[in-house]
Design a binder for this molecule. Sequence first.
Ligand SMILES: [Fe+2]
Length: 276
Amino acid sequence: MPLSQTTRRGFLTTLTAALSSSVLGSDVPPTPLGVPLRQEPLAFAFEELEPFLNARTLRRHYEEHHANYLRELRETLAAADMTVGNVTSLMPGMSHMAHPPRADSKLPLGRLLSSGLSFQEPQKLSKESLKAIRMAGGGHINHTVFWRFLCPPESGPSGPQGRAARAIVEDFGSVKTFRRVFKEAALAHPGSGWAWLTYRPDGCLVVSTTPNEDNPLMKDHIPWHLAGRPILALDLWEHSYCEQYGEDREQYIDAWWKVVNWEFVGHAYEIVTAKV
Ligand SMILES: [Fe+2]
């Protein structure tokens, strides 16, 4: 039996709080957004985003496409003997990423020094590893973020609220203009990729798109004026909509607006603007 609106809202609020607590930490001010090396459980059932995003596409998207990225990332990190708590830490300097000598890689520095082992210059990761981390690491992060910004239709606010709304109005003129700019950017993006609303280090909000599984955290691969921390993400890969909408990306975008979790957008905005 479907949850009533009131119950569902309460359910989502509880889930959002749990998600925030488990992933983001319960400290005040909030700790920065992180992405663990695992798939977070979704805060909704696959069927709950219908009719806007169908359950079959969502299930395949989550259980196959996203899961495959995570598996590939885990295999790549394991092969490089790397232990990662927060996957976003891999993004900013990935073109010159290095790992410790394998024999010492799991020893904290204090134990390393006391063990008598000599410190060696970090070894740069192979091109193949860097390529895999860019694609699979980006894929895992992007999808994790994408799920966080979804919720069942009419289960929350229908647009941005509070400080996030004021920032959007300040930088785009109005929420309506922001929606138009975002949609036009997503429609104009050639092929697979992502559309983003990003909080830049200078405090501006910018709309952008990225190819493949790149994202605004990848400073080495993103123009400086588009790099920052995303507060909204839209998957533009065909696997996210073609089964339901065919080649009609515009119809998909219009449907996606109906299931955007604006409450979480506001939460993300608080986190990226927190002085921590
Ligand atoms: Fe996807």
